[in-house]
Ligand binder design. Structure first.
Ligand code: XIL
Length: 434
């Protein structure tokens, strides 16, 4: 995307951005991240399965096939008594809740993060989970928390007003439970990837509140006790700090946020409830507006537990991490948890390849942001928006950019992966346990 890069400052510094450079960066990062308004969704292929309930845990009828694939062809069960056969994880035991407890290998990302209590996470592409052995093995080995990349969004989980489809989300949750991983639910109120019946329906305010309530109580209720944290409201604020005009804000008004949090809490009082957004690492009007909103929600006693910083970066363009720690701290000072929820660091590709200097800079950036989370005691998780460049949303959305994740397309570690290992190895044991 050469036009996009042309007017950027040649080099970013970590400190003292002038107002001009801030605006330039903000403008360009904003343009990069505003793709979804202009672009129809790319939805992964669908697999329809019948859902049955067994001992309170929803199992897809196709899960045995799926689990067999996960096990590389050997038979495995998925669900309360399942054990992992798909990854080189540590010993597995079962606990009273039925979730299989699997210790992550000592040298894996999650294994190294263990002393800190920070969870290392990734978005999960359900099609890759079914189709690719290295995908499943890496997912099971390196990660302690997983976020369904698309499968809990309204359009997929609630495609018609009277029909929910939990099949693919269940597969991810079942995989996570079988591999000792927690689940980050994403999301319950957003302006993208909504079903047509919702976006183009005509509803009174009361009807929309009822729809929001029914969706949240059904979806959160379906996964009750199995989701550690939910992104309740996603991306409600524009870059200038104004409330985004969405089906929710237009149809209900600004109080849709507190309604959504309250409905989610009622449906699963144990899940941690987050407001999630992008470009909050920039500081500036959007970060301030989100700060004011979550402060007011907290002051009103609305059940909000944390703020998710998506942190979609553009290598050599986005601000580095030096200003990030104080931003996290401000939110923590409100009595909230924080989490890095969708980290990636897109590189400008030249003829499809990456320059060594870009990979080195990317490694530094990964290390700095992992460090910021590790050293903030209320930072609960560092989640990347995928882990292999083979399955990343960046190139399809932003042609000319890519390679934002720590493993290359062949699942080989890039410098960013080693940088995370080095950072976790040196810093995790020295941080206070969450
Ligand atoms: C993206 C997915 O990665 C894509 O597969 C999909 O086509 C569009 O959505 N912020 C969010 C995520 O909160 O849900 C988005 O995920 C990326 C930006």
């Amino acid at each position: 995307m050469p036009g996009l890069m042309r007017d950027l400052p040649a080099r970013r510094t970590t400190q003292g951005q002038s107002a001009t450079t801030f605006r330039a960066v903000d403008k360009n990062v904003w343009r990069l991240l505003s793709f979804l308004e202009a672009r129809p969704d790319r939805q992964p292929g669908s697999v329809r399965t019948r859902v049955v309930k067994r001992r309170g845990v929803a199992l897809a009828a196709s899960v045995v096939v799926f689990a067999s694939a996960c096990a590389g062809g050997t038979t495995a069960n998925v669900g309360p008594q399942a054990t992992s056969t798909s990854a080189p994880s540590g010993p597995a035991t079962s606990n009273p809740t039925g979730t299989t407890v699997v210790s992550h290998p000592a040298g894996s990302l999650q294994g190294l993060a263990e002393p800190s209590g920070v969870l290392i996470g990734t978005a999960v592409d359900s099609a890759a989970l079914i189709a690719e052995v290295p995908y499943r093995d890496t997912l099971a080995k390196d990660f302690g928390i997983v976020t369904p990349e698309n499968d809990m969004k309204w359009g997929l989980i609630h495609p018609e007003r009277d029909r929910y489809d939990f099949a693919k989300a269940d597969q991810i949750v079942d995989f996570a439970q079988a591999h000792g991983q927690q689940v980050h639910g994403h999301n319950l109120a957003w302006h993208n990837q909504n079903p047509d019946w919702l976006e183009h329906g005509t509803f009174t305010r009361d009807e929309l509140i009822q729809i929001l309530h029914d969706h949240i109580s059904t979806v959160v209720g379906h996964f009750k006790g199995r989701i550690a944290m939910w992104d309740v409201v996603n991306e409600a604020i524009e870059s200038d700090g104004s409330l985004r005009q969405t089906v929710w804000s237009k149809g209900i008004g600004p109080d849709y946020l507190e309604l959504a949090f309250t409905f989610a809490h009622d449906a699963d009082p144990t899940a941690k409830l987050y407001y999630n957004d992008y470009a909050l690492e920039l500081g500036g009007p959007k970060t301030e507006a989100v700060y004011n909103i979550v402060r007011d929600l907290k002051n009103k006693g609305v059940p909000i537990d944390g703020v998710g910083f998506q942190t979609h970066l553009v290598n050599q363009v986005s601000p580095r991490a030096a200003n990030f720690a104080p931003i996290l701290q401000r939110f923590v000072d409100l009595g909230l948890d924080v989490a890095i929820t969708e980290f990636d660091d897109a590189i400008k590709l030249t003829a499809g390849t990456t320059a060594a200097a870009d990979l080195e800079q990317q490694a530094v950036t990964y290390r700095e942001f992992v460090h910021a989370c590790l050293t903030q005691v209320r930072c609960r998780s560092f989640t990347m928006w995928g882990f292999t460049d083979q399955h990343s949303w960046i190139p399809s959305i932003l042609p000319g950019l890519g390679a934002g994740l720590p493993l290359d397309k062949n699942y080989q570690p890039k410098p960013a992966y080693q940088a995370m290992v080095d950072e976790l190895r040196s810093t995790a044991p020295a941080t206070p346990k969450r």
